[in-house]
Design a protein around this ligand. Structure first.
Ligand SMILES: Nc1ncnc2c1ncn2[C@@H]1O[C@H](COP(=O)(O)OP(=O)(O)O)[C@@H](O)[C@H]1O
Ligand SMILES: [Mg+2]
Length: 268
């Protein structure tokens, strides 16, 4: 018998199986997008995502199936949708310090140094410098707080973006293809960094990626979005212990299963 959960459809009308007895009943993040359209085109239709504290969920699916749109809705950057985003049971409209965002490109302010980019927060406390130092150390950039973005490599700039996403002690970190613009070696290092951040901070993560190895390596669950329906994702749960070994045969099996899921979702 397979140790892996099968890919299984999840719909809003057919709730997921009961969570383990130790998991809180109310999810940390509860997203229900009844409908999100651009003009005549519906991109998300009855899409539901629930996240428990510290859980890592990856979203994969072909270009244009609505992954970035979903993250923008969760982050409060796009209020033009039917549905709700709840954090700890409370409705959220607009941006919140409980949710951090890391974009595909670092999006740093070129005129601010690294430290001020990380602490770019209108509500930052007066003693924020210590927080910045701690984060610089965590993302492996100690001593570089005074540099300008143009003095950083692509990987370093994305580390700054991750530190900025964590600055407000968010409960949820959203990452939209965060490593797709860096070279392969840097990508591996940034994946390790994200893995250790999840371990240290206990932050819950929604990671959009095109990389099935990345999804298998980092996630507790992977949702495969269907390009055609614009809604109902397939789901794969991953129970391998962490930290995970890239060379593990079980990870190769998971990658294969994810590719089959992408195929079934018409994404490849
Ligand atoms: N601001 C917008 N106006 C009109 N259409 C948009 C806008 N943003 C995204 N779309 C369309 O919505 C669909 C989903 O986009 P997106 O969420 O960016 O996809 P993904 O991130 O999965 O590649 C695409 O067809 C895209 O062209
Ligand atoms: Mg996108």
């Amino acid at each position: 018998m397979s140790r892996l959960h099968p890919l299984q459809a999840e719909t809003a009308s057919a709730p997921r199986p009961a969570a383990p007895a130790t998991a809180p009943e109310r999810p940390l993040l509860d997203v229900h997008v009844r409908r999100k359209s651009f003009g005549q085109r519906t991109v998300l239709n009855n899409f539901r995502l629930r996240l428990q504290p510290g859980e890592v969920v990856s979203l994969i699916g072909s270009s244009g199936c609505g992954k970035s749109t979903l993250l923008r809705i969760i982050a409060g950057l796009d209020p033009d949708y039917e549905g709700s985003v709840r954090v700890n049971g409370l409705d959220r409209w607009g941006t919140t310090r409980d949710i951090g965002f890391v974009f595909q490109e670092p999006r740093l302010f070129p005129w601010l140094n690294v430290a001020d980019n990380i602490a770019f927060d209108p509500e930052r406390p007066s003693d924020y410098r210590q927080r910045v130092e701690t984060l610089l150390q965590e993302v492996g950039l100690q001593g570089l707080g005074q540099r300008l973005p143009k003095q950083l490599s692509g990987g370093q700039a994305q580390r700054v973006a991750i530190a900025r996403g964590l600055f407000t002690h968010p409960l949820v970190l959203l990452l939209d293809e965060p490593f797709s613009a860096v070279d392969a070696l840097t990508r591996l290092k940034l994946q390790e960094l994200l893995s250790s951040i999840v371990r240290e901070h206990g932050v819950a993560v929604v990671l959009v990626t095109h990389d099935v190895e990345e999804a298998a390596l980092l996630s507790d669950r992977v949702l495969v979005l269907d390009n055609q329906a614009g809604g109902t994702p397939k789901e794969l749960s991953i129970s391998l212990p962490r930290p995970r070994d890239r060379a593990d045969a079980a990870l190769a099996a998971l990658r294969h299963e994810l590719l089959l899921g992408l195929e079934a979702a018409h994404a490849i």
